[in-house]
Design a binder for this molecule. Structure first.
Ligand SMILES: [Cu+2]
Length: 221
């Protein structure tokens, strides 16, 4: 097994330096994996995409690298209201050993149920939220609520605002990565809608977009 585990734990004892060492080793491991995948691609099936050329073992290695790198890391989307709305707050994505914990803390909503989705683009230049495009769905699945494992990568379900317009919502997801091979979400959009997501096709009948944000790396300080 390379890199040997002891090499990742020896050396500097300062947390920052150790973290950087691990990051560097993971980058090297990722590069080595990519090179081996590309080499295999050229040898066996010229013109085929990397994903098709990867066997199950490669997928498992990639997933292990992604999970290790994501654990303890945090992404954040700062949510701002679209024109004529007040909904604002933040949505964080925290890497854990069990998956990615999504936590939305939103104020200024109308009381009731509101859809929350990851959309395709992190482009907030349109004040109606439509610069973020459609639902993030790189695997081409039908739309669904989070109870279904087969759904758009961006289907995060619904949050509920109380009479004060505030909402706190959390959901643990396993169908995306931060910036890995499988459905990377970094730089994509987050949208909160005026209405509930009813799970219907194609996008849950959730109506207008009342708040928008872009998923970026959170400042750990
Ligand atoms: Cu949406």
């Amino acid at each position: 097994m390379w890199p040997p585990r002891h090499s990742m734990l020896s050396g500097s004892t300062s947390k920052g330096s150790l973290h950087m060492t691990i990051q560097k080793l993971i980058s090297i491991t990722t590069l080595a994996l990519l090179i081996s995948v590309v080499a295999g691609c050229e040898k066996n099936q010229p013109g085929q995409g990397q994903t098709q050329a990867m066997d199950e073992k490669d997928h498992q290695k990639m997933s292990a690298v992604d999970s290790q790198r994501q654990s303890g890391q945090v992404l954040v989307a700062v949510m701002t209201p679209t024109a004529g709305n007040e909904a604002h707050g933040s949505v964080t994505f925290t890497g854990t050993d069990d998956g990615i914990m999504v936590t939305a803390n939103i104020a200024g909503l109308t009381p009731g149920v509101h859809a929350i989705h990851i959309h395709q683009f992190g482009d907030l230049r349109k004040n109606d939220g439509k610069g973020t495009g459609g639902h993030y769905n790189p695997e081409g699945h039908d739309h669904a609520l989070p109870e279904s494992d087969t759904r758009h990568a961006g289907d995060l379900g619904n949050l509920t605002a109380g009479a004060d317009g505030n909402s706190s919502y959390s959901i643990l997801i396993h169908n995306v990565t931060f910036d890995g091979q499988h459905n990377p979400i970094i730089g994509r959009g987050v949208i909160i809608h005026a209405k509930a997501d009813d799970g219907g096709q194609p996008t849950g009948n959730a109506g207008a977009r009342v708040s928008q944000g872009t998923i970026g790396y959170a400042n750990p300080g």
